[in-house]
Design a protein around this ligand. Sequence first.
Ligand SMILES: [Ca+2]
Length: 383
Amino acid sequence: MGPKLTGPFSMKKLLTLMVLSFFIVACQGPTPTEETLEDIPSTDFAPAIDELLTGTADTSRDDVTLLSSSELIDETSYGFSYGAESAIDQDLSTAWCREANDLTQRWGIDFGETVLAGTVGIQTGFARSEDIFAQNNRVKTAELHFDGELVETLEFEDTYDMQFVDLPDWPVKEISLYITDVYPGSKYDDTCLSEVDFWSDYVQEKDADAAQIYYIDEKADEAIRPISINNLMIVPTDSLTYCGSFNSKLYTKDGDMYQSTEENEWGYNTVFGQNTNEYSTTDWWLEGGLGAAFTAKMSSDVTEKDVFTIRWTQGKLADMETGEREWSVYNESTAYPQSCDDGTLYLSMEQPSNDLPGPFANFEVEVIYEDDVIGSTSFNFVQ
Ligand SMILES: [Ca+2]
Protein backbone atom coordinates (compact mmCIF):
# COMPACT_ATOMS: atom_id res chain seq x y z
CA MET A 1 0.00 0.00 0.00
CA GLY A 2 1.51 3.31 -1.07
CA PRO A 3 1.39 6.45 1.01
CA LYS A 4 -1.67 8.53 0.52
CA LEU A 5 -0.75 12.14 1.04
CA THR A 6 -3.78 13.38 2.78
CA GLY A 7 -2.88 14.67 6.20
CA PRO A 8 -0.57 14.71 9.19
CA PHE A 9 -1.16 11.06 9.90
CA SER A 10 -0.38 10.22 6.31
CA MET A 11 2.75 12.29 6.51
CA LYS A 12 3.79 10.13 9.36
CA LYS A 13 3.14 7.11 7.22
CA LEU A 14 5.20 8.58 4.43
CA LEU A 15 8.10 9.00 6.76
CA THR A 16 7.48 5.57 8.08
CA LEU A 17 7.59 4.03 4.65
CA MET A 18 10.74 5.95 3.75
CA VAL A 19 12.35 4.63 6.85
CA LEU A 20 11.07 1.22 6.00
CA SER A 21 12.69 1.40 2.52
CA PHE A 22 15.96 2.50 4.06
CA PHE A 23 16.03 -0.42 6.40
CA ILE A 24 15.09 -2.91 3.73
CA VAL A 25 17.90 -1.73 1.47
CA ALA A 26 20.54 -1.00 4.09
CA CYS A 27 20.00 -3.70 6.62
CA GLN A 28 18.54 -6.54 4.61
CA GLY A 29 16.88 -7.43 7.84
CA PRO A 30 13.46 -8.87 8.40
CA THR A 31 10.54 -6.60 7.49
CA PRO A 32 9.61 -4.68 10.60
CA THR A 33 6.06 -4.57 11.69
CA GLU A 34 4.06 -1.38 11.68
CA GLU A 35 4.25 -1.24 15.46
CA THR A 36 8.04 -1.27 15.58
CA LEU A 37 8.26 1.35 12.87
CA GLU A 38 6.05 3.70 14.87
CA ASP A 39 8.70 3.66 17.56
CA ILE A 40 11.58 4.70 15.33
CA PRO A 41 12.36 8.38 15.82
CA SER A 42 11.94 10.12 12.52
CA THR A 43 14.30 13.00 13.23
CA ASP A 44 17.33 10.96 12.21
CA PHE A 45 15.85 10.39 8.78
CA ALA A 46 14.24 13.76 8.10
CA PRO A 47 13.67 14.07 4.36
CA ALA A 48 14.21 17.25 2.39
CA ILE A 49 11.40 19.74 2.43
CA ASP A 50 10.27 18.91 -1.09
CA GLU A 51 9.80 15.31 -0.06
CA LEU A 52 7.29 16.45 2.50
CA LEU A 53 4.94 17.65 -0.20
CA THR A 54 1.28 17.42 0.37
CA GLY A 55 -1.44 17.62 -2.17
CA THR A 56 -3.47 20.83 -2.21
CA ALA A 57 -6.36 18.89 -0.76
CA ASP A 58 -4.45 19.12 2.51
CA THR A 59 -4.27 22.87 2.27
CA SER A 60 -7.42 24.50 3.46
CA ARG A 61 -9.01 27.09 1.24
CA ASP A 62 -9.16 29.25 4.34
CA ASP A 63 -5.38 29.22 4.77
CA VAL A 64 -4.33 30.30 1.32
CA THR A 65 -3.45 33.84 0.32
CA LEU A 66 -4.98 35.13 -2.87
CA LEU A 67 -3.37 37.61 -5.20
CA SER A 68 -5.05 39.64 -7.89
CA SER A 69 -3.94 42.54 -9.98
CA SER A 70 -7.28 44.29 -9.57
CA GLU A 71 -10.84 43.64 -8.57
CA LEU A 72 -13.93 45.07 -10.15
CA ILE A 73 -15.97 47.28 -7.84
CA ASP A 74 -19.65 46.48 -7.62
CA GLU A 75 -21.50 49.67 -8.43
CA THR A 76 -24.95 48.14 -8.14
CA SER A 77 -26.87 47.68 -4.94
CA TYR A 78 -27.14 43.94 -5.44
CA GLY A 79 -24.18 43.02 -3.25
CA PHE A 80 -21.90 41.32 -5.73
CA SER A 81 -18.30 40.69 -4.73
CA TYR A 82 -15.69 40.39 -7.45
CA GLY A 83 -12.76 39.71 -5.15
CA ALA A 84 -10.14 37.03 -5.78
CA GLU A 85 -11.75 34.80 -3.15
CA SER A 86 -14.84 34.53 -5.32
CA ALA A 87 -12.86 32.14 -7.53
CA ILE A 88 -12.34 29.53 -4.79
CA ASP A 89 -15.75 29.35 -3.15
CA GLN A 90 -17.22 26.42 -5.13
CA ASP A 91 -19.91 28.74 -6.42
CA LEU A 92 -20.30 29.41 -10.11
CA SER A 93 -22.49 32.44 -9.43
CA THR A 94 -19.55 34.33 -7.93
CA ALA A 95 -16.42 35.33 -9.78
CA TRP A 96 -13.19 37.24 -9.58
CA CYS A 97 -13.51 40.03 -12.13
CA ARG A 98 -10.69 42.33 -13.02
CA GLU A 99 -11.10 46.01 -13.65
CA ALA A 100 -11.66 46.74 -17.32
CA ASN A 101 -8.44 48.77 -17.63
CA ASP A 102 -6.28 46.24 -15.82
CA LEU A 103 -3.44 45.30 -18.18
CA THR A 104 -1.83 42.75 -15.87
CA GLN A 105 -4.94 40.61 -15.41
CA ARG A 106 -3.47 38.36 -12.83
CA TRP A 107 -5.17 35.98 -10.44
CA GLY A 108 -2.86 34.10 -8.10
CA ILE A 109 -2.84 31.84 -5.09
CA ASP A 110 -0.19 31.28 -2.44
CA PHE A 111 -0.68 27.98 -0.61
CA GLY A 112 1.58 29.02 2.26
CA GLU A 113 3.54 25.80 1.86
CA THR A 114 5.10 23.83 -0.94
CA VAL A 115 2.59 21.55 -2.56
CA LEU A 116 1.92 19.38 -5.54
CA ALA A 117 -0.99 21.19 -7.15
CA GLY A 118 -2.39 18.25 -9.09
CA THR A 119 -5.42 19.07 -11.20
CA VAL A 120 -7.14 22.42 -11.32
CA GLY A 121 -10.70 23.01 -12.52
CA ILE A 122 -11.28 26.37 -14.16
CA GLN A 123 -14.56 28.01 -15.04
CA THR A 124 -13.38 30.53 -17.57
CA GLY A 125 -16.00 33.25 -17.21
CA PHE A 126 -18.86 34.60 -15.14
CA ALA A 127 -20.79 31.34 -14.88
CA ARG A 128 -23.89 32.25 -12.89
CA SER A 129 -25.82 31.06 -15.95
CA GLU A 130 -24.96 30.15 -19.50
CA ASP A 131 -26.48 33.42 -20.71
CA ILE A 132 -24.41 35.53 -18.35
CA PHE A 133 -21.37 33.47 -19.29
CA ALA A 134 -21.84 34.32 -22.97
CA GLN A 135 -22.50 38.00 -22.27
CA ASN A 136 -19.14 38.46 -20.53
CA ASN A 137 -15.61 37.71 -21.73
CA ARG A 138 -14.29 34.18 -21.34
CA VAL A 139 -10.62 33.45 -20.86
CA LYS A 140 -9.04 32.08 -24.03
CA THR A 141 -5.37 31.95 -23.07
CA ALA A 142 -3.54 32.46 -19.82
CA GLU A 143 0.08 32.19 -18.80
CA LEU A 144 0.64 29.73 -15.99
CA HIS A 145 3.33 30.82 -13.55
CA PHE A 146 4.84 28.69 -10.79
CA ASP A 147 6.55 30.79 -8.13
CA GLY A 148 7.02 33.66 -10.55
CA GLU A 149 8.34 31.58 -13.46
CA LEU A 150 6.41 31.04 -16.69
CA VAL A 151 5.55 27.38 -17.03
CA GLU A 152 3.33 27.30 -20.07
CA THR A 153 0.50 29.09 -21.80
CA LEU A 154 -2.85 27.46 -21.19
CA GLU A 155 -5.45 27.56 -23.95
CA PHE A 156 -9.08 27.12 -23.08
CA GLU A 157 -12.06 26.11 -25.14
CA ASP A 158 -14.99 28.47 -25.31
CA THR A 159 -17.35 26.32 -23.33
CA TYR A 160 -19.50 26.79 -20.26
CA ASP A 161 -18.26 23.49 -18.86
CA MET A 162 -15.55 23.52 -16.22
CA GLN A 163 -12.19 22.74 -17.84
CA PHE A 164 -9.46 20.74 -16.17
CA VAL A 165 -5.72 21.19 -16.34
CA ASP A 166 -3.16 18.71 -15.05
CA LEU A 167 -0.51 20.94 -13.56
CA PRO A 168 3.18 20.04 -13.68
CA ASP A 169 4.17 17.51 -11.10
CA TRP A 170 6.71 19.60 -9.29
CA PRO A 171 6.74 21.55 -6.05
CA VAL A 172 5.10 24.92 -6.04
CA LYS A 173 4.05 27.43 -3.41
CA GLU A 174 2.46 30.13 -5.50
CA ILE A 175 0.55 29.76 -8.74
CA SER A 176 -0.57 32.64 -10.92
CA LEU A 177 -2.63 32.92 -14.04
CA TYR A 178 -2.00 35.90 -16.31
CA ILE A 179 -4.89 36.29 -18.73
CA THR A 180 -3.50 37.05 -22.17
CA ASP A 181 -6.53 36.67 -24.44
CA VAL A 182 -10.28 36.35 -24.15
CA TYR A 183 -13.32 35.34 -26.14
CA PRO A 184 -15.27 38.62 -26.23
CA GLY A 185 -18.57 38.85 -24.37
CA SER A 186 -21.68 39.54 -26.39
CA LYS A 187 -22.79 42.31 -24.07
CA TYR A 188 -20.09 43.25 -21.56
CA ASP A 189 -16.34 43.72 -21.52
CA ASP A 190 -15.79 42.21 -18.10
CA THR A 191 -13.32 39.36 -17.76
CA CYS A 192 -14.08 37.07 -14.85
CA LEU A 193 -13.10 33.68 -13.45
CA SER A 194 -15.88 31.98 -11.56
CA GLU A 195 -13.74 29.14 -10.25
CA VAL A 196 -10.09 28.12 -9.98
CA ASP A 197 -10.63 24.98 -7.97
CA PHE A 198 -7.84 22.75 -6.64
CA TRP A 199 -9.91 20.99 -4.02
CA SER A 200 -13.28 19.65 -5.04
CA ASP A 201 -13.94 16.00 -5.69
CA TYR A 202 -15.34 16.79 -9.11
CA VAL A 203 -12.04 18.47 -9.97
CA GLN A 204 -10.03 15.44 -8.88
CA GLU A 205 -12.35 13.31 -10.98
CA LYS A 206 -12.40 15.83 -13.85
CA ASP A 207 -16.15 15.65 -13.96
CA ALA A 208 -17.61 18.84 -15.43
CA ASP A 209 -21.16 17.51 -15.18
CA ALA A 210 -20.72 16.87 -11.47
CA ALA A 211 -19.43 20.41 -11.03
CA GLN A 212 -22.54 21.74 -12.69
CA ILE A 213 -24.85 19.49 -10.68
CA TYR A 214 -23.17 20.57 -7.44
CA TYR A 215 -23.75 24.20 -8.37
CA ILE A 216 -27.41 23.68 -9.23
CA ASP A 217 -28.12 21.57 -6.16
CA GLU A 218 -26.14 23.52 -3.58
CA LYS A 219 -25.55 27.07 -4.74
CA ALA A 220 -27.75 28.27 -7.57
CA ASP A 221 -30.80 28.99 -5.44
CA GLU A 222 -28.79 31.25 -3.16
CA ALA A 223 -27.06 33.13 -5.94
CA ILE A 224 -27.28 36.89 -5.82
CA ARG A 225 -28.99 38.03 -8.96
CA PRO A 226 -29.63 41.47 -10.36
CA ILE A 227 -33.37 41.29 -10.04
CA SER A 228 -35.28 44.36 -10.99
CA ILE A 229 -38.77 45.17 -12.02
CA ASN A 230 -40.34 47.80 -14.14
CA ASN A 231 -43.82 48.90 -15.13
CA LEU A 232 -44.91 48.31 -11.58
CA MET A 233 -48.53 49.42 -11.40
CA ILE A 234 -51.67 49.11 -9.36
CA VAL A 235 -54.75 48.60 -11.46
CA PRO A 236 -58.36 47.55 -10.86
CA THR A 237 -58.58 43.79 -10.75
CA ASP A 238 -61.40 43.69 -13.28
CA SER A 239 -59.35 45.44 -15.89
CA LEU A 240 -56.43 43.02 -15.64
CA THR A 241 -56.51 40.80 -18.70
CA TYR A 242 -53.34 38.82 -19.36
CA CYS A 243 -49.77 38.94 -18.18
CA GLY A 244 -49.80 42.47 -16.90
CA SER A 245 -51.86 43.91 -19.72
CA PHE A 246 -55.12 45.55 -18.79
CA ASN A 247 -58.05 47.33 -20.32
CA SER A 248 -57.38 50.99 -19.76
CA LYS A 249 -60.96 51.97 -20.49
CA LEU A 250 -62.52 50.21 -17.56
CA TYR A 251 -62.90 51.02 -13.95
CA THR A 252 -64.68 49.37 -11.08
CA LYS A 253 -67.28 50.65 -8.68
CA ASP A 254 -69.32 48.56 -6.32
CA GLY A 255 -68.12 45.47 -8.10
CA ASP A 256 -69.37 46.67 -11.48
CA MET A 257 -67.28 47.85 -14.35
CA TYR A 258 -67.75 51.10 -16.13
CA GLN A 259 -66.18 52.86 -19.01
CA SER A 260 -63.83 55.46 -17.74
CA THR A 261 -64.62 59.13 -17.78
CA GLU A 262 -62.42 62.02 -16.99
CA GLU A 263 -64.22 62.63 -13.75
CA ASN A 264 -66.44 60.31 -11.81
CA GLU A 265 -69.70 61.26 -10.20
CA TRP A 266 -67.98 62.48 -7.05
CA GLY A 267 -65.48 64.55 -8.88
CA TYR A 268 -62.51 62.30 -8.15
CA ASN A 269 -59.84 61.59 -10.60
CA THR A 270 -57.84 58.48 -10.07
CA VAL A 271 -54.18 58.48 -9.46
CA PHE A 272 -52.28 55.28 -9.49
CA GLY A 273 -48.68 54.37 -9.37
CA GLN A 274 -46.42 53.68 -12.25
CA ASN A 275 -42.87 52.79 -11.39
CA THR A 276 -41.47 53.48 -8.00
CA ASN A 277 -42.97 56.43 -6.23
CA GLU A 278 -44.23 58.03 -9.37
CA TYR A 279 -47.81 58.87 -10.05
CA SER A 280 -49.72 59.58 -13.16
CA THR A 281 -53.17 61.00 -13.49
CA THR A 282 -55.27 59.03 -15.88
CA ASP A 283 -58.85 58.33 -16.67
CA TRP A 284 -58.95 55.70 -14.00
CA TRP A 285 -61.13 55.72 -11.04
CA LEU A 286 -60.70 53.05 -8.43
CA GLU A 287 -62.97 52.76 -5.49
CA GLY A 288 -61.05 52.35 -2.29
CA GLY A 289 -61.02 48.81 -1.06
CA LEU A 290 -62.27 47.20 -4.21
CA GLY A 291 -60.39 44.87 -6.45
CA ALA A 292 -56.95 46.37 -6.66
CA ALA A 293 -54.25 44.33 -8.33
CA PHE A 294 -50.67 45.14 -9.02
CA THR A 295 -48.66 44.02 -11.96
CA ALA A 296 -44.98 44.29 -12.72
CA LYS A 297 -42.82 43.37 -15.65
CA MET A 298 -39.74 41.53 -14.41
CA SER A 299 -36.17 41.75 -15.60
CA SER A 300 -34.72 39.01 -17.76
CA ASP A 301 -32.76 37.72 -14.78
CA VAL A 302 -35.92 36.58 -13.04
CA THR A 303 -37.25 33.05 -13.43
CA GLU A 304 -40.51 31.38 -12.55
CA LYS A 305 -38.75 29.80 -9.60
CA ASP A 306 -37.95 33.10 -7.97
CA VAL A 307 -39.98 33.76 -4.87
CA PHE A 308 -41.18 37.24 -4.09
CA THR A 309 -43.06 38.64 -1.17
CA ILE A 310 -45.83 41.11 -1.87
CA ARG A 311 -46.64 43.49 0.95
CA TRP A 312 -49.84 45.49 0.84
CA THR A 313 -50.08 48.55 3.04
CA GLN A 314 -53.06 50.77 3.61
CA GLY A 315 -53.15 54.33 4.73
CA LYS A 316 -56.55 55.12 6.15
CA LEU A 317 -57.55 58.73 6.33
CA ALA A 318 -57.30 59.59 9.99
CA ASP A 319 -58.08 63.28 9.85
CA MET A 320 -60.23 64.78 7.12
CA GLU A 321 -59.06 68.26 7.97
CA THR A 322 -55.35 67.66 7.79
CA GLY A 323 -55.37 64.71 5.40
CA GLU A 324 -53.27 62.76 7.90
CA ARG A 325 -53.20 59.02 7.31
CA GLU A 326 -52.54 55.97 9.45
CA TRP A 327 -50.37 53.48 7.61
CA SER A 328 -50.34 49.80 8.43
CA VAL A 329 -49.35 46.58 6.75
CA TYR A 330 -52.38 44.41 6.26
CA ASN A 331 -51.07 41.57 4.13
CA GLU A 332 -47.89 39.85 3.03
CA SER A 333 -48.05 37.03 0.52
CA THR A 334 -45.68 34.89 -1.52
CA ALA A 335 -45.78 35.23 -5.29
CA TYR A 336 -44.00 33.77 -8.30
CA PRO A 337 -43.57 35.43 -11.69
CA GLN A 338 -45.67 34.07 -14.51
CA SER A 339 -44.34 33.38 -17.96
CA CYS A 340 -46.12 35.03 -20.86
CA ASP A 341 -46.48 34.13 -24.51
CA ASP A 342 -44.17 36.89 -25.65
CA GLY A 343 -41.33 35.54 -23.53
CA THR A 344 -41.64 38.15 -20.82
CA LEU A 345 -42.24 37.48 -17.16
CA TYR A 346 -44.83 39.20 -15.06
CA LEU A 347 -45.54 39.31 -11.40
CA SER A 348 -49.05 40.14 -10.36
CA MET A 349 -51.27 39.68 -7.38
CA GLU A 350 -54.70 40.81 -6.38
CA GLN A 351 -55.22 42.62 -3.21
CA PRO A 352 -56.33 40.18 -0.53
CA SER A 353 -60.03 40.48 0.08
CA ASN A 354 -59.98 40.32 3.85
CA ASP A 355 -59.81 43.41 5.99
CA LEU A 356 -60.23 45.77 3.11
CA PRO A 357 -59.59 49.38 3.80
CA GLY A 358 -62.52 51.58 3.11
CA PRO A 359 -62.83 54.54 0.81
CA PHE A 360 -60.33 57.30 1.29
CA ALA A 361 -57.61 54.81 2.03
CA ASN A 362 -54.40 54.95 0.11
CA PHE A 363 -52.66 51.80 -0.95
CA GLU A 364 -49.07 50.88 -1.28
CA VAL A 365 -47.55 47.69 -2.63
CA GLU A 366 -43.97 46.68 -2.00
CA VAL A 367 -42.22 43.87 -3.88
CA ILE A 368 -39.66 42.13 -1.70
CA TYR A 369 -36.92 39.78 -2.81
CA GLU A 370 -34.67 38.20 -0.20
CA ASP A 371 -35.56 40.78 2.42
CA ASP A 372 -34.92 43.73 0.13
CA VAL A 373 -37.68 45.96 -1.15
CA ILE A 374 -36.92 46.05 -4.86
CA GLY A 375 -39.89 48.08 -5.97
CA SER A 376 -42.98 49.80 -4.71
CA THR A 377 -45.95 51.65 -6.04
CA SER A 378 -49.02 53.26 -4.60
CA PHE A 379 -52.21 54.97 -5.48
CA ASN A 380 -54.31 57.48 -3.69
CA PHE A 381 -57.39 59.56 -4.13
CA VAL A 382 -57.06 63.14 -5.04
CA GLN A 383 -59.77 65.60 -4.25
CA1 LIG B 1 -17.00 31.39 -7.51
